[in-house]
Design a protein around this ligand. Structure first.
Ligand code: NAG
Ligand code: NAG
Ligand code: NAG
Ligand code: NAG
Ligand code: NAG
Length: 488
């Protein structure tokens, strides 16, 4: 009853047309120059006429834009160090790349995967045919791999695929036109409208067991994928898990030269004033505007303030204080190694028997989540990317690798530590003009979810500043359904 009621209320909300002016357009200040902040800037300008476009300021603590998107350079090559893959059905990212004229590249779909249990590879796909092999040979290889997978995991593969496709189909509703898609005031409403909310209430393991997957598929294949994409086990919540599984499909792509160019380009075409190396230390409500104090002693008056960074590990002082549900970020240590793996560590007789993508099961003694080959220079000289939950010390790396020429370590506060049922911070943090994009990450964290959340925040800002929806509190569901019903 209640969700239906909410839905009908939301559908009644007038939705911004493309070119109405934004009244009293003062400064809109955005804290964070990652994909969430840059997408917010983009949609704010894209949904307002040029004459009414707000003055945008974007503050970024780091000396560069991109947030958790960035590249490292090993032996002259650039590799993605943070968010690295984009799903073919991520339409915002796709549109951004087209609009910005960025070239994209799709990854190879036939990784040589080995699943490691700490002592042996419990399952392996076939090693890929040599480069330059015929079309027929590559087709045959793909077919044999499918047979191998089917032989071990059976119908669970199809059930897993159905689970992911159902999620994607619901997620696609976020791209519906603005006339059929409401502006949402909470993440819960966004998820309920698409039918995805239930998935955030239970763990991925529970969801997949109900979907009929066998326990071997869950503890091997699914676990390998969640450990690679979110650094966590199948105890993550179902929606994050489904998004993670979608990240193992074919057709994944990335921006040539680095995904960070998406936020960089969006900020540029939004004409946002970018303040690099200027972090925001405090946000104070001054009545009609907010005073933002930066860590280099500047002050800014902002009519609207958008927090576009996870609040979990930054020290921003809000006055008056705000209260949001506690959330931990999952740290992923990304280690780039140029060198060569030690076949003895993996218990195989020769280095040519080590798969190019080593995924791992959820077992206490495995010190890394995955190891993948990024580039082969020759048979015993490669660049690898290793994910782990803790820093990999030199002593351990010296066991895993026979030779190391270069090692680069990055510690990312990468994504939330998911725990079903998820609790969501509000999008409107103070009931006024203080917004929070990254609350949506508690549902699932990805470039595209950042863009989807940002688009909704931009529409919410525009519609609320037009006074179309002044009584936002009544939609927050204070248990006053009776009164709401009367209003209808
Ligand atoms: C808004 O986005 C569309 C593509 O989605 C693009 O064609 C148009 O140029 C954009 N307008 C502005 C002002 O950025
Ligand atoms: C979303 O858009 C599709 C296709 O445009 C339409 O068929 C569908 O009814 C829309 N869904 C909602 C909930 O508005
Ligand atoms: C950005 O600035 C340029 C040059 O001043 C102008 O041509 C363009 O229309 C502006 N774009 C937006 C979205 O305001
Ligand atoms: C902010 O607004 C107040 C009140 O109008 C004004 O006194 C102050 O100088 C402004 N600060 C900045 C940095 O513009
Ligand atoms: C935030 O403040 C706490 C306590 O003052 C400190 O330990 C922590 O390192 C700070 N975090 C950041 C990201 O500055």
């Amino acid at each position: 009853m209640v969700p239906l009621l909410l839905l009908s209320l939301l559908l009644l909300l007038p939705v911004p047309a493309q070119v109405l002016p934004l009244p009293n357009a003062g400064d809109v200040c955005i804290v964070g120059a990652g994909i969430s902040g840059a997408s917010t800037a983009f949609f704010l300008t894209n949904y307002t006429s040029t004459s009414a476009a707000p003055q945008l300021r974007v503050f970024e603590r780091r000396p560069r834009v991109g947030g958790r998107l960035g590249t490292v350079t090993v032996a002259g090559d650039h590799f993605e160090a943070g968010g690295s893959i984009i799903h073919p059905r991520n339409l915002h990212a796709r549109r951004f790349a087209d609009l910005l004229g960025l070239a994209v590249e799709t990854g190879a779909d036939d990784d040589w995967l080995g699943i490691w249990d700490g002592t042996r590879f419990v399952f392996q796909t076939l090693r890929p045919p040599p480069p330059g092999s015929s079309w027929l040979r590559r087709k045959l290889h793909g077919l044999l791999n499918s047979l191998l997978l089917f032989n071990r995991y059976g119908l669970s593969l199809l059930k897993m695929d159905r689970f992911v496709q159902e999620m994607l189909q619901r997620f696609m509703l976020f791209y519906n036109g603005t006339d059929s898609r409401p502006v949402f005031v909470t993440v819960e409403e966004m998820l309920k409208w698409t039918g995805l909310y239930g998935l955030t209430r239970r763990t991925l393991g529970e969801e997949l067991t109900d979907a009929g997957l066998n326990s071997r598929t869950i503890s091997e294949l699914v676990t390998v994928i969640t450990r690679i994409n979110y650094g966590q086990s199948v105890r993550i919540s179902g929606l994050a898990g489904a998004v993670s599984l979608a990240g193992s499909e074919t057709g994944l792509w990335a921006v040539k030269g680095g995904n960070w160019q998406l936020p960089a380009g969006l900020l540029k075409i939004s004409n946002a004033t970018l303040h690099l190396q200027e972090g925001i230390d405090s946000i104070t409500d001054a009545g009609d505007y907010y005073v933002l104090k930066s860590n280099i002693g500047n002050e800014y008056n902002c009519t609207v303030t958008v927090v576009a960074t996870p609040l979990d590990e930054v020290n921003i002082t809000f006055s008056p204080p705000i209260s949001i549900p506690p959330r931990k970020m999952q740290h992923t240590h990304t280690t780039f190694v140029r060198g060569f793996l030690n076949h003895e560590y993996f218990g195989v007789s020769s280095s040519s028997d080590i798969p190019e993508l080593i995924g791992t099961m959820e077992l206490p003694d495995i010190p890394f989540s995955s190891i993948s080959v990024l580039k082969k220079y020759n048979e015993d000289d490669m660049t690898y990317k290793v994910f782990s939950r803790a820093k990999l010390e030199d002593g351990l790396l010296d066991q895993i690798f026979r030779r190391r020429k270069e090692t680069i370590r990055i510690n990312w506060a990468a994504y939330p530590h998911y725990e079903a049922p998820e609790a969501f911070a509000p999008i409107v943090l103070d009931g006024k003009q203080l917004y929070y994009v990254n609350t949506f990450e508690s549902a699932a964290s990805a470039m595209e979810t950042g863009a989807v959340a940002a688009e909704n925040v931009a529409r919410l800002i525009i519609s609320r500043r037009r006074g179309l929806e002044p009584h936002i509190q009544s939609f927050l569901g204070d248990g006053d359904e009776e009164e709401v019903r009367l209003d209808l």
